[in-house]
Design a protein around this ligand. Sequence first.
Ligand code: SF4
Ligand code: SF4
Length: 348
Amino acid sequence: MGMGLKKAAGIAVRSLTPNRPYHVQWFITRKCNYRCKGCNVWQEQDTEELTTEEIKRGLDILRELGVMEIVLSGGNPLLREDIEEIIKYASRFFITTIYDNGSMAAKKIDALRNADLVAISIDSLDPRKNDYVKGVKGSWKKAIQAVEKLHKEGIHVSVTPTISQFNLYEIVDFTKYFSKKGIPLWYCLYSYDTSEDAGQLFRIGKKNDEFMITDRKAMVKLCDSLINMRKKYSNILITNEILEAVKNLYLTGQRTWKCRALQNFFVIDHLGRVAGCHLHKSVASIFNLPKVWKSKKMDATRRIYSECTQCTYLCYIFYSLHGSVPGNLRIAKEHWRNAKLFLKRNSP
Ligand code: SF4
Ligand code: SF4
């Protein structure tokens, strides 16, 4: 596990260069073995996907573009048979995070050793509630076992609940539970796709009344609690900036950030199509992205996205808020121990 100095150095250099995309979320497969309530990826699976070689070629392109962090997700990325090779290749150059719904990680230990962070999704401390959200019996037990196994093996594993009305009141206890065990927490925020863009890259979820956060006061309180808890538990990986921004959104309905889709970040689907985020249409294929990245047309699209307020997916908020050079340095400092050592040693 962990990051070599050479990789940390490369990342630090890329993080200091402005006007580059820093984060990419690559949905490398559309296959999924779960049936989550808030998600329709599993209802629209696709057996077609890029080959191993194509993914590697794409990763080379991302590196040349200056990307420093990559999140491999899906569907369930661990369902790809070549996942070990992909993680190994990606993690040489990028801070590499991989998502799992809890079903596969324990079986793929060797593949995961090279990842910088494995994010396992668990939505409740109550097995029945978690299994209900996941649509699969026994998913809670499996996920917990996976987290414990990876943690024991020294793999940097985090637990990642999706905060929604369904689990809003237990997130503080949930956070305490895993913090006390020394397991990092990362969060998602329930959001859904509004289909304003007919050519939307792909759909993740429709509006679901059970999950829609209606108790805004409780959400504000949760943000405050997490800000407080971060003083005590260093493994709560979400930043105060994000918590303040989300708090303000629920308090006032106003956004304190502009979306930086296609600027700081973009997404790639399982077929190699690139979009600012999954709610908008494809603007290029990964293979011709370098040619069009700096085009006028792309700039016009960026301007439109910077005014967009269609979603509250937490990862997109995170990438928008932490896309500046100091923001990137802070991410590196807060999240990745070796990078932290490296930056400490080398900061002016
Ligand atoms: S949320 Fe993730 S694990 Fe659940 S069905 Fe959708 S893609 Fe699969
Ligand atoms: S706010 Fe940003 S991430 Fe969300 S739909 Fe709009 S462009 Fe996409």
